[in-house]
Design a binder for this molecule. Sequence first.
Ligand SMILES: NC(=O)c1ccc[n+]([C@@H]2O[C@H](COP(=O)([O-])OP(=O)(O)OC[C@H]3O[C@@H](n4cnc5c(N)ncnc54)[C@H](OP(=O)(O)O)[C@@H]3O)[C@@H](O)[C@H]2O)c1
Length: 260
Amino acid sequence: MEYALVTGATGVLGDGFCRELARRGCNLFLTGRSEEKLDGLKKELLAANPAIDCEVFAADLTREEERESLFEAAKIYAFNMLVNVAGADIQKPFEKYDEDKIIFQTRVNFEAAVSLCNFAIKHRAENLKIINICSVCGFQPMPYFALYSACKGALIDFSVALSAEMKKKGVTVTAVIPGSIYTRDDVREYINSLGFWARRSAKTPGYVVIKSLKAAKKGKRKIITGGLNKLICFFSKLTPQGIKLRYIAKTRARVEKDVF
Ligand SMILES: NC(=O)c1ccc[n+]([C@@H]2O[C@H](COP(=O)([O-])OP(=O)(O)OC[C@H]3O[C@@H](n4cnc5c(N)ncnc54)[C@H](OP(=O)(O)O)[C@@H]3O)[C@@H](O)[C@H]2O)c1
């Protein structure tokens, strides 16, 4: 039996991926930090889709030893899909970071995704589709969101390079690059506090899930979700860096997010 491995399954977007993959009849191996949330999700998924299998394993992906335990439990399965959703969108002035916060955000947004790619490639079924959830923030250095945007930028570059390495080896890698997504309450509130264009370009988790799975099926290297987001990214490339940095600093300095 082949499985889809989903990280961040207990989050809002991750939950969307799990429900859609289960609906399509995929066997699931899910991970998140909370065993209780994972067990609840497993119960719901199996009740709605009795024909699938669903395994869960709780792990903090920023800890090598917990990743090792996860890999130990998962290595008996063959994976035909990996969806790296886990991430932490901490937003605050960099001078307010401490060492623990730097390690946490860097590891969950980049190192963990890279490590999971390595594991899934080594334990792949005949074909493997990797989806890495990045962000449009990865296209542009962002004051007050500096570490997040740098990690997501690194994940985009890593995904594109890996897709070329794994070409013709039965593995596709798709960097999914969404703009804002209506997920957690604080994220929804933040999107609603932004201007007209930010609200217009924001998408539902369901939209991002469907677009991601479609792009992975076609073996695309990267996709920006939403026509307006594509347009904003295009015009952003034409805008001088200084103007963009001033605008981003002004809008991002208003709100701090550190819920992790
Ligand atoms: N929302 C947006 O506007 C937006 C836009 C672009 C990209 N994204 C990206 O989309 C992804 C999902 O975001 P979301 O809005 O759905 O956020 P979310 O609801 O907060 O989900 C984040 C997920 O990551 C998991 N996670 C966090 N730290 C972890 C760790 N150390 N070890 C293991 N798992 C960990 C969380 O687990 P717990 O349940 O244990 O906390 C949760 O399942 C993220 O990668 C985010 O960067 C979001």
